[in-house]
Design a binder for this molecule. Structure first.
Ligand SMILES: Cc1ncc(COP(=O)(O)O)c(C=O)c1O
Length: 390
């Protein structure tokens, strides 16, 4: 009685783990949650009052599908003119970037449509592509992001409807596409006239040096669609994000969004706009960067102290996640079961791999727990790993 597309759906392991980690005694490195103590609660309270005194009943009324105009104007200003994105007609406000992915799936995917992703890739995007029955082809990726040789290899055999990429501090590994590969990729994309969906919710959370330029800024709108979100830089509960792209694409997505939810919640959009207007958002981002960098460093030094030497891990230059490789024979799911007995959780990496590999990998989030909990959680994990003979 259900539609065929529902048959292949399974519950995300992350959502299942998050049910366990909501217990207060559990130290969780599992979710992709921002640090709650850094949410700008006072500033939001003030924005809430201002929104109602400024706009009154309008803040509670239906609004246009494209999104609140002043907010779209602010977004246009932040996107480099080099991308060609100079008009609010290039911007669609979405109910989180997850909705952007859903709308794009509706726009581009038929049953069996070929798309390319990194390997591993973001689970929420894979879920969205799978609902629309895409043929997902994973492209080998390493510490510098998508491997160009693997991309070329696959392009010789397939023409993807689009390539889905997270060039900056990707979920799950924290890896970023190097500048050299960004340039090479843009060359290839233009040469083959391909479409890239760039998902960049972590782009601002950079710990060292300058923010890497987005593919959208470097490559322009003809071949790139850019997704970004206020979930990681303000608060995810607001569910306000945006999608930037060619006006024709935005028009189509707007029609699809009408059939999906009419519009993104009015109050959330007004609040984000007022917050950006009246608070020091750049300073807030600097605080997030400092805090998350400190937490990353704390996790790395705890791992040096407590983890067995047979494990390998990376040192991401930003974002919220760190990536760990266990010896090949290990199954991270079994290790998770053991760790849960010690009230510490992480996400086994396998689910992020469209090709089903990565059994011996794990994703650790370092943004949510404070330094003391990070140290204690890593110590408990280290104990379990050693008891398992690693
Ligand atoms: C890569 C990536 N894209 C999209 C999302 C969804 O974010 P939003 O809260 O804007 O829907 C996430 C959330 O973790 C993410 O990691």
């Amino acid at each position: 009685m259900y539609a065929e597309r529902v048959g292949g759906l399974k519950s995300s392991a992350i959502r299942e783990i998050l049910k366990i980690t909501s217990r207060p005694e559990v130290i969780s490195f599992a979710g992709g949650l921002p640090a709650p103590e850094l949410f700008p609660v006072k500033e939001m309270e003030a924005a809430f009052r201002t929104v109602f005194s400024k706009y009154g009943h309008l803040a509670l009324q239906y609004s246009i599908t494209e999104g609140f105009v002043p907010l779209r104007e602010k977004i246009v200003k932040t996107l480099a003119a080099a991308s060609g994105c100079t008009s609010i007609r290039n911007i669609l406000i979405t109910q989180g970037s997850q909705q952007g992915l859903d709308l794009l799936s509706k726009l581009y995917i038929n049953r069996g449509t070929v798309i390319f992703t990194e390997n591993p890739s973001y689970l929420g995007a894979l879920q969205s592509f799978c609902i629309f029955e895409a043929d997902v082809i994973p492209i080998a990726s390493d510490q510098d992001g998508l491997r160009i040789d693997a991309l070329l290899d696959n392009l010789a055999r397939h023409r993807p409807s689009f390539i889905y990429l997270m060039p900056s501090f990707q979920n799950p590994t924290g890896a970023s596409l190097s500048m050299e590969r960004r340039r090479k990729l843009i060359e290839i994309v233009k040469e083959h006239d391909l479409l890239v969906i760039e998902d960049a919710p972590y782009g601002e959370l950079v710990f060292e040096g300058e923010r890497p330029p987005s593919l959208f800024e470097l490559g322009g709108m003809r071949n790139f669609i850019h997704l970004s979100s206020f979930s990681k830089t303000i608060a995810p509960g607001l569910r306000v994000a945006y999608l930037a792209g060619d006006q024709e694409i935005i028009k189509k997505l707007t029609l699809i969004k009408q059939g999906t939810d009419l519009q993104t919640n009015t109050l959330g959009q007004f609040l984000v706009d007022e917050y950006l207007e009246s608070s020091n958002h750049r300073e807030h981002i600097r605080t997030l960067r400092r805090t998350y960098k400190h937490r990353r460093d704390c996790m790395l030094s705890s791992m040096d102290t407590h983890f067995p030497k047979s494990l390998r891990w990376n040192r991401p230059g930003g974002g919220m996640f760190l990536w760990v490789e266990l010896p090949e024979r290990c199954d991270a799911k079994e290790i998770l079961q053991k760790c849960l007995e010690s009230n510490v959780a992480f996400v086994p990496g396998q689910e992020f791999f469209p090709d089903g590999s990565g059994k011996n990998t794990m994703r650790l989030n370092f943004s949510n727990a404070g330094p003391e909990k990070i140290e204690e959680g890593i110590r408990r994990m280290g104990e379990e790993l050693k008891q398992m003979g690693l």
